[in-house]
Design a protein around this ligand. Structure first.
Ligand SMILES: Cc1cc2nc3c(=O)[nH]c(=O)nc-3n(C[C@H](O)[C@H](O)[C@H](O)COP(=O)(O)O)c2cc1C
Length: 225
């Protein structure tokens, strides 16, 4: 696959085959992804690659706490509810996903089921919990570098026939993840990435999300034309 095919072909995968992913394959993906740039080449990221029983315990803990209404506890700053164009885009992708899955707006049970799937990391066989070194906690550079490597992971995985969804829901109950993934005290949990072989019969996997145009995003300064 060339670069354009990977980038334009990749989409978030939310339905997975049961087929396990080998450690060797994951190592290859991480090795490729870790060519990502980082501030001063500090590479503050670390990965807890979780599968099997520990991942099932995380899914169970996330489900239980979310159903019980335990407040979310991410380990970094968040902005609260989105508004304006951000909110519009959030609604846009939700509408695309619900349409693909045949989930009606008023079907509260089906919507709740979808949310719970997210907290279970869409039942993926692997979850990569991305953490960064606590020694740089408080600076925005660590999360920036984790974003770079996370994007590289999902693209490297796609180039090997694997699908991923970067998944905030999976780390919203961070004590659960901390306990069952055995996260070291000197690490801050940033995000997790659900990974596995895509189930092509799962309707949401066909959804191609929209992007604003370059003209909307980019301001060109100092060009002649
Ligand atoms: C930081 C981050 C957190 C995300 N969290 C979730 C999530 O909790 N659940 C989910 O279904 N998708 C999640 N996504 C996936 C986005 O919804 C998805 O990347 C976006 O809609 C664009 O779609 P695409 O990845 O198919 O291009 C997350 C993506 C990022 C970058």
């Amino acid at each position: 696959m060339n670069y354009d095919d990977v980038v334009r072909g990749r989409r978030s995968i939310r339905g997975f085959k049961k087929q396990p992913v080998t450690k060797e394959t994951i190592k290859e993906v991480l090795d490729l992804a870790m060519r990502a740039p980082s501030s001063l080449n500090t590479q503050p990221w670390n990965f807890y690659v979780v599968a099997g029983e520990p991942l099932d315990r995380i899914r169970a803990g996330n489900t239980e706490r979310n159903l019980a209404g335990v407040p979310h506890s991410r380990e970094f700053r968040t902005q609260g509810e989105y508004g304006g164009a951000h909110r519009d885009r959030q609604i846009g992708i939700a509408k695309q996903l619900f349409a693909a899955m045949g989930i009606a707006r008023e079907d509260k049970a089906a919507r709740q089921d979808w949310v719970l799937r997210g907290f279970r990391q869409f039942d993926a066989p692997v979850s990569i919990v991305v953490t960064y070194d606590r020694s740089i906690h408080g600076s925005d550079i660590g999360p920036f570098d984790c974003g770079a490597v996370s994007n590289a992971i999902v693209n490297a995985a796609w180039s090997r026939g694997l699908g991923c969804v970067i998944n905030s829901q999976g780390i919203m109950q961070s004590p659960v993840v901390r306990e069952h993934a055995g996260i070291a005290d000197d690490q801050v949990i940033m995000i997790c990435i659900a990974m596995g072989y895509p189930d092509d019969s799962f309707p949401a996997n066909a959804v191609v999300s929209e992007r604003k145009g370059v003209e909307e995003a980019a301001v060109f300064v100092g060009f002649d034309d």
